[in-house]
Ligand binder design. Structure first.
Ligand code: UD1
Ligand code: MG
Length: 412
């Protein structure tokens, strides 16, 4: 199968009006990553080299969100939102390059997993012409129904076109379709808009394929992997499923979570084994934590690097560029931004450290503030190794405190 070529077509031109947002639906994040980027990553992880991204509104932003996550992303503009069938045809130039397999994915399905993509491609390799991912949601309302006969999918009926009998079908179209490349274009071009919505439904390709004597099969997947996000309620559902998955993975990789349901990770959070994370901790993007670290309860951490043996919190805020080295400490009510806290240094209580270098084994007393901003510019504070900064000191940057120096409490 691996030698078969494949193009993933990701539909991301939807308006998503039910999101009630100024931003395109597919740019809304799950685990800190835009939904469309999750879909691109799944395609890329399934070994799909070429991705045709169909965009409409917010084209530049959607492209920017997607491009870093696969090697060959081309952008295709769908001028008018005329339906999913029309959207796929916006990728006509890419399809024309000639691929063995086409996979159509929706940009609003962030939890899609690589295994489903691989299985769909395997079915094509085994002789199917069209493979439709099906699932059984607790409430099928709104989804297209898979009408099956003798192990084949005969048609997909959209909710608004379905008869009372067809609406009783609980097996639904997940949205992902794999199509043999050779005559996909000919079939796609046959889709018309003779329906209640005057939309080009991609789902009509199933009946078209049948009329041509082709084999259309379904592949059932878990409802959680194919959840389509059309509102913020579903966005929250997707987030919750995503968090469950990442927490489980962390724990299986050797991270202790005392109350997993209260810890929120980003898609790119890295945590080493034998690190313990206490309850109620939030990780924004770009956080790297080594092994043997303790994150105490109630911390907010983003863009930070934390080395072995370091301790953070409770109630600490680490902002981008916080770099805690081996065995260092950032205690309660401490905020650290763009600063190195060297090996063994301690910042234990009620302190703001910004744009600073704190030397090895330095001790920063309670209530210390690096005054890094004069209202116009930011300046650097340097604190030498072994220095002792007395409580309630204001270090007005730029300022340098030498190795081993002592600053008396209450100094400015
Ligand atoms: C679609 C399917 C339905 C399926 C459901 C699964 C069709 C006709 N219906 O319905 O059978 O059960 O998904 O979630 O395919 N898009 C464009 N251009 C368009 C229209 C849509 O790019 O002109 C994109 C949207 O950004 C979205 C995706 O295609 O990512 C699906 O569109 P959406 O409007 O959400 O379709 P559903 O009504 O959910
Ligand atoms: Mg949808």
């Amino acid at each position: 199968m691996s030698e078969r070529t494949c193009l993933a077509i990701i539909l991301a031109a939807g308006e998503g009006t039910r999101m009630k947002s100024a931003m395109s639906k597919v740019l809304h994040p799950v685990g800190g990553l835009p939904m469309v980027a999750h879909v691109v990553r799944a395609a890329s992880a399934a070994g799909v080299g070429d991705v045709a991204l169909v965009v409409g509104r917010d084209a530049d932003e959607v492209e920017k969100a997607a491009r870093p996550h696969a090697s060959g992303v081309s952008v295709q503009l769908q001028v008018e939102r005329l339906g999913t069938g029309n959207a796929v045809l916006a990728a006509r130039d890419a399809i024309n390059k000639g691929y063995d397999d086409l996979i159509v994915l929706f940009g609003d399905t962030p939890l899609i997993d690589t295994a489903a993509l691989l299985n769909a491609r395997a079915r094509l390799a085994a002789g199917a012409d069209v493979v439709v991912l099906g699932f059984r949601p607790s409430d099928p309302t709104g989804y297209g129904r898979l009408i099956e006969e003798d192990g084949q999918v005969m048609a997909i009926r959209e909710e608004r076109e379905a008869s009372a009998e067809e609406k009783k079908v609980g097996f639904c179209n997940g949205g992902l379709m794999a199509i043999r490349g050779d005559d996909a274009l000919a079939m796609l071009e046959k889709i018309n808009n003779n329906n209640k919505r005057k939309e080009y439904y991609l789902t009509d390709i199933v009946e078209i394929a049948h009329a041509l004597g082709k084999l259309v099969v379904s592949l059932e997947v878990d409802a959680t992997s194919i959840l389509g996000v059309n509102s913020r309620v579903e966005l929250a559902e997707a987030e919750s499923l995503f968090q469950d998955k990442i927490r489980k993975k962390m724990m299986l990789d050797g991270v202790s979570l005392l109350a997993p349901e209260t810890v929120f990770f980003s898609w790119d959070t890295e945590v080493g084994s034998d690190t313990t994370i206490e309850p109620n901790v939030y990780f924004g993007t770009k956080v790297k934590i080594a092994s043997g670290v303790t994150i105490h309860a109630f911390c907010h951490i983003e863009g930070a690097t934390i080395a072995t043996g370091a301790q953070v919190g409770p109630f600490a805020r680490l902002r981008p560029g916080a770099d805690l080295r081996e065995g260092s400490k950032a205690g309660n009510f401490v905020e650290i931004k763009k600063s190195v806290i060297s090996k063994g240094a301690k910042v234990n209580h009620l302190t703001y450290i910004g744009d600073a270098e704190v030397g090895e084994n330095a001790n920063i007393g309670a209530g210390t503030i690096t005054c890094n901003y004069d209202g116009y510019n930011k300046f650097v504070t340097k604190i030498g190794a072994g220095a002792f900064i007395g409580s309630n000191s204001a270090l007005v940057a730029p300022v340098s405190i030498g190795n081993g120096s002592i600053v008396a409490a209450g100094s400015v």
